[in-house]
Design a protein around this ligand. Structure first.
Ligand SMILES: [Zn+2]
Ligand SMILES: [Zn+2]
Ligand SMILES: [Zn+2]
Length: 185
């Protein structure tokens, strides 16, 4: 291994909840990032997040996504979050067009609605805040993704154009927090 390769040798395999400069989209409180077993979690420090108290997620989790160790090399936690959001956006774009981003298999998409949804906080039946979720499954490699219906709609050209006409860019901000950004044009 050459000297230039040394940073790849020090990939963080995991780290515990680390404060980052990104506020909770639900309550505005500070958030933390956790990386373990190839999963990246964005969690709120104050509220129960989108997923509530789930055994496999840190408390207050808002985002849970797989993230390869290679993406951690040479990146600060906030940069890892930006990279994860970019990859997720790309994966959803493929899924919406019916193509698995991992194996190119045919994606099966459906809209799941919780039959007994509790609208206050995280529902005990489906363990989510939203009654309806768009589900994308690949029958070949078994990859599964889900997002809220509005999350899927955000990628439609008509929606992107609607916000662009109102000086809001639906792109990832320079700070890397992935929220809609006011355009300076
Ligand atoms: Zn919160
Ligand atoms: Zn429910
Ligand atoms: Zn696949």
């Amino acid at each position: 291994m050459s000297a230039s390769d040394t940073r790849w040798a020090s990939w963080p395999r995991s780290f515990e909840a680390t404060p980052i400069d990104d506020n909770c989209s639900l309550c505005g409180a500070p958030t933390t990032l956790t990386y373990r077993d190839g999963w990246l979690f964005l969690s709120c420090t104050a509220c129960e997040g989108f997923f509530g108290d789930r055994e496999d997620f840190p408390p207050g989790t808002n985002i849970a996504t797989t993230f390869d160790p290679g993406g951690a090399a040479g990146r600060e936690p906030l940069e890892m979050l930006r990279a994860a959001r970019l990859r997720a956006q790309w994966a959803f774009e493929c899924s919406l067009e019916g193509v698995c981003n991992t194996c190119s298999g045919p994606i099966e998409a459906r809209l799941d609605c919780c039959p007994d949804h509790a609208s206050d906080g995280v529902c005990p039946t489906c363990e989510r805040r939203k009654r309806a979720m768009a589900q994308f499954t690949c029958p070949v490699c078994k990859q599964h993704r889900e997002c809220s219906p509005w999350g899927a709609c955000l990628l439609h050209p008509a929606v992107v154009a609607f916000f662009y006409d109102r000086d809001v860019l639906l792109t990832h901000s320079p700070a890397g927090v992935g929220e809609p950004t006011r355009a300076s044009r």
